[in-house]
Design a protein around this ligand. Structure first.
Ligand SMILES: [Zn+2]
Length: 77
């Protein structure tokens, strides 16, 4: 599996919507690919924060600033 293929399946992977075979191939790719692993961690964190925002009335300003800083940090890499 290439990085492109792994990234294309990232959200399904995080949401556990992949079939077991594809899921295993994504995991095998992540095991040997540092850039994709970093991306998964970032996306997983981002999704978790996003879900928190969706269940609360509105995002606290502190959370918004943290996410902004996180996005800026990832762009620098
Ligand atoms: Zn990769």
């Amino acid at each position: 599996m290439t990085c492109e293929e792994a990234v294309a399946r990232l959200y399904e992977y995080l949401d556990r919507e992949l079939d077991p075979g594809t899921r295993r191939r994504v995991r095998q790719h992540l095991a040997r690919c540092r850039p994709c692993t970093d991306k998964v961690h970032f996306e997983a964190y981002f999704l978790a924060q996003l879900r928190r925002c969706l269940v609360s009335e509105r995002a606290p300003a502190s959370l918004y600033r943290r996410l902004e800083a996180l996005v800026a940090a990832v762009r620098v890499k």
